[in-house]
Ligand binder design. Structure first.
Ligand code: E4P
Length: 217
């Protein structure tokens, strides 16, 4: 499973990248707002840091304008992935931009049919939003499973990018189903390493080691 980081915070991306945890980055208008940065400048900085796909989202609602914005975003660096919403206009933009050889991430996907139609429009990535479905008492993981089954039935190459990940269980569940990629905030990625029995076991080892009176160095 590829790990994307869902943030526009450069320091957090750099820290995880040094550990080899960053196969790509996703941003959206809300994350750009949170960062307080200019979208063009911060996207360039992220692309200089990370080799993999870096999603930058268009903000227009009309296909023609999305295409113009997408072309401008794609000029920033070869690893920019243009993110478009899963609307009819977004699909038109996806078709044109992917036809030009640009990577396209179709976002705000909440149904298997939306994922099917995005694949037909040439999406490189489809982003089903797990957490936001869970928020309204629907099963985000069931959507990931449905998309996996449909894409495998027909050999679609569009990659399933599990998005709106809120918990560590979302990560392992999406991995078990076979999502190609997951994107999560830095805090969730850090939590993947945590376990209370690890902490308890380590505390006991440290205490026993002190009693030996030994040193290694
Ligand atoms: C990623 O591409 C999405 O923008 C992001 O995962 C949304 O997450 P949220 O629902 O926690 O805002």
């Amino acid at each position: 499973m590829k790990f994307f980081v869902d943030t526009a915070e450069i320091d957090a991306i750099a820290e995880l990248n040094e550990l080899g945890m960053v196969d790509g980055v996703t941003t959206n208008p809300s994350l750009i707002l949170k960062s307080g940065r200019n979208i063009l400048e911060v996207t360039k900085e992220i692309c200089d840091l990370v080799e993999g796909p870096v999603s930058a989202e268009v903000v227009s609602l009309k296909a023609d304008e999305m295409i113009t914005e997408g072309r401008k975003l794609a000029e920033i660096a070869p690893n920019v992935t243009v993110k478009v919403p899963l609307t009819w206009d977004g699909l038109k933009a996806c078709k044109v931009l992917s036809g030009e050889g640009k990577m396209v991430n179709v976002t705000l996907c909440f149904s298997a049919n939306q994922a099917l139609i995005a694949a037909k429009a040439g999406a490189t990535f489809i982003s089903p939003f797990i957490g936001r479905l869970d928020d309204v008492n629907l099963d985000g993981m069931e959507l990931i499973a449905d998309i996996r089954e449909i894409y495998d039935n027909y050999g679609f190459e569009t990659q399933i990018l599990a998005a709106s990940i809120r918990t560590v269980n979302h990560v392992s569940d999406a991995a078990k189903i076979g999502a190609d990629v997951m994107t999560a905030p830095p805090a969730v990625i850090r939590k993947l390493a945590e376990h209370p029995l690890t902490d308890k076991g380590l505390a006991a080892f440290v205490a026993d080691w002190e009693k030996t009176g030994q040193t290694i160095l």
